[in-house]
Design a protein around this ligand. Structure first.
Ligand SMILES: [Zn+2]
Length: 81
């Protein structure tokens, strides 16, 4: 019970300060950051976390492309938000 309370507090704090938490910032877009296609519609999400930011992709190829140039797509996301 005590553990659950601590987890709840930690969750509220991370929500108020997303940049300071270990939990990644959720991906804010409905499209793939690499191809601008719709995100993968079924099955397990194709995603990764880079610099505390979650990214989602329409397919594995886009995730691979992201890994080649993560900074480029991080900037693209910041520009899109
Ligand atoms: Zn793709």
């Amino acid at each position: 019970m005590i553990k659950a309370t601590i987890l709840l507090i930690a969750h509220v704090v991370s929500w108020a300060q997303p940049a300071a938490a270990n939990e990644p910032k959720p991906y804010p877009l409905a499209i793939c950051i690499v191809s601008d296609e719709k995100l993968h519609p079924v099955g397990a999400p194709i995603s990764l976390v880079y610099e505390g930011q979650e990214f989602k992709f329409c397919c594995r190829e886009c995730r691979r492309d992201f890994k080649d140039e993560p900074e480029k797509f991080l900037q693209k996301l910041n520009a899109a938000e």
